[in-house]
Write a protein that binds this ligand. Structure first.
Ligand code: ZN
Length: 138
């Protein structure tokens, strides 16, 4: 069995954003030369997510509004975590949107359903953060 590991770095300007990282993950898969197996992609930070969904701007706005309804950024004083920080909402949003995705690798390609794309979700930006790509198979 082959194993491949790579860290992707992101620095999102602003507090929150969604970024399509599918092409970068496909580059990792090519580099790995693995044809059959599994590809794990996970955020290495507890205020950022990796998730799979549609690359459609209306939907991304819907996610932002929905997440702000569940866990509004402000007032900062509403969260106990914010006694020392201001990012409690980012931890909660990250948990809802998920830490990682696993995609099957078939015939050297990410075996997606229709419209599936991989996104990095940033909820507390303006600093460098890592995403781990781990691919195993043969
Ligand atoms: Zn925090």
């Amino acid at each position: 069995m082959k194993s491949f590991r790579k860290e992707l770095w992101f620095e999102i300007k602003g507090r929150r954003a969604f970024q399509n990282i599918t092409e970068q993950v496909e580059d990792c898969l090519r580099e790995s030369a693995i044809r059959e197996g599994l590809c794990l992609v996970n955020a290495m930070h507890i205020t950022a997510s990796i998730f799979i969904n549609d690359d459609e701007s209306g939907l991304h706005n819907d996610f932002e509004v929905w997440l702000e309804g569940l866990a509004p950024e402000k007032p900062y004083s509403r969260y106990r975590h914010n006694r020392a920080e201001d990012n409690a909402d980012a931890h909660l949003k990250r948990t809802i949107m998920g830490r990682e995705v696993v995609v099957a690798v078939t015939n050297g390609k990410l075996d997606f359903g229709p419209w599936e794309q991989i996104f990095y979700g940033e909820f507390d930006g303006n600093r460098r953060k890592r995403v781990l790509v781990k691919i195993i198979g043969e």
